[in-house]
Ligand binder design. Structure first.
Ligand code: ADP
Ligand code: MG
Length: 182
């Protein structure tokens, strides 16, 4: 088993819903256990036009070798209608391998840790949210890079349900025990 981190992004179609569905899709794989999921973030496109992005990061445990995981990411992207008309084009779903255990891979079609990981608030902020002391192989602590990306616009989305009644209905004990709408 390997602990890996995947970055999800989308800015075409119902982007927020697509990210939620893609996480469910990952969790349904018998080769993957989803250990943690970050909040959803709304972020400014970087090096690209188009609408704002929605981004999140998931931490998984997987029995898949890294290349099989990459192939699965591509299959799931395709399932959600991903097209690549040009570089950095708006996308229905982008699913990147950010980290794969402590592996360091530098091949033409696969670079891990992801090459832009330390330069992008839209992956660093959710990564540090779910793992505040995370170490990036060959780079050091993830949180050390936050200051350098502080000028990139990123907004944490409020959890959709803060209500005890709805929390109880959806089986969310954490929400239902908070005792009142905020
Ligand atoms: P983006 O760089 O915007 O994510 P794409 O999703 O179109 O662009 O990916 C382009 C290529 O990047 C893929 O075909 C894939 O083989 C390659 N790639 C290299 N390293 C990674 C990685 N760590 N995770 C996902 N794709 C990667
Ligand atoms: Mg990608």
């Amino acid at each position: 088993m390997t602990v890996a981190y995947l970055g999800l992004g989308a800015n075409l179609g119902d982007a927020r819903q697509t990210l939620k569905d893609a996480v469910v899709c990952l969790a349904q794989q018998h080769t993957i256990a989803v250990l943690a999921k970050s909040s959803m973030y709304r972020t400014a496109p970087i090096d690209a036009g188009g609408d704002d992005y929605f981004n999140c990061v998931v931490k998984i445990d997987t029995t898949l070798p890294v290349r099989h995981l990459l192939a699965l990411c591509h299959t799931i992207e395709h399932h959600f209608g991903r097209e690549r008309p040009f570089r950095n084009a708006p996308r229905t779903l982008d699913l990147d391998i950010l980290l794969f255990g402590d592996h360091c891979i530098d091949e033409p079609d696969l670079i891990v840790p992801h090459p832009r990981l330390t330069e992008r608030a839209f992956v660093l902020v959710p990564l540090v949210e779910i793992d505040p002391t995370l170490i990036i192989p060959q780079h050091g602590r993830a949180d050390a890079f936050l200051e350098a990306v502080a000028s990139q616009r990123i907004e944490k989305m409020k959890s959709p349900c803060q209500c005890p009644v709805l929390g109880a209905l959806t089986g969310n004990k954490a929400e239902s025990s908070k005792g009142g709408c905020r």
